[in-house]
Design a protein around this ligand. Structure first.
Ligand code: HEC
Length: 140
């Protein structure tokens, strides 16, 4: 399911620019995704797909499977904060509870990889971080 739904396309370093680093499979991307329209803003907001391996400090080590299911189906992190629409939770909301749980179960059993992705860049803030445009410009 994780392969089918393309989680690694965003959450693996290098994958967004066609050069996935297999050592960082699902361990987060240093290339970000712009959240604002390039025709309207020269300094876009940028989000970085986080580390989904169960590393306790940089990944999902402290997330329960239920936390991950909530994120996938409602787009809310475990503090109730709604994530950017760049993470396609609105589409994943269609997942059955069983399938969402299977994904969470799988992620919690990956080998932990320590890898901290850069912090989010606010629109208008100067940044030298590499990023791509997806055409998804909604604000969180
Ligand atoms: C189109 C790119 C993209 C795809 C595909 C994608 N994600 Fe994400 N994901 C993101 C981004 C970007 C964020 C960070 C959003 C934010 O900070 O607002 C994120 C956040 C998350 C988070 C929250 C992690 C944290 O530490 O806050 C989880 C869990 C997650 N994604 C799981 C998945 C899973 C599982 C899949 C596949 C079923 C998936 N994602 C597919 C881009 C993507």
């Amino acid at each position: 399911m994780v392969t089918l739904l393309g989680c690694g396309t965003c959450h693996t370093d290098g994958a967004l620019t066609g050069n996935a680093n297999s050592k960082f499979l699902l361990a987060g991307s240093n290339t970000g995704i712009a959240t604002s329209n390039p025709l309207k803003s020269a300094k876009p907001g940028i989000v970085f797909p986080p580390n989904l391996t169960p590393d306790p400090t940089t990944g999902l080590g402290n997330w329960s499977e239920t936390d991950i299911v909530l994120m996938l189906r409602a787009g809310e992190d475990r503090h109730g904060i709604r994530q950017s629409a760049v993470m396609p939770w609105a589409a994943y909301a269609q997942l059955s509870d069983q399938d969402a749980r299977a994904i969470a179960h799988y992620l919690k059993r990956l080998a932990p990889v320590q890898h901290q992705v850069p912090t989010r860049v606010r629109e208008g803030q100067a940044s030298d971080k590499p990023h791509v445009y997806f055409g998804v410009y909604q604000k969180p």
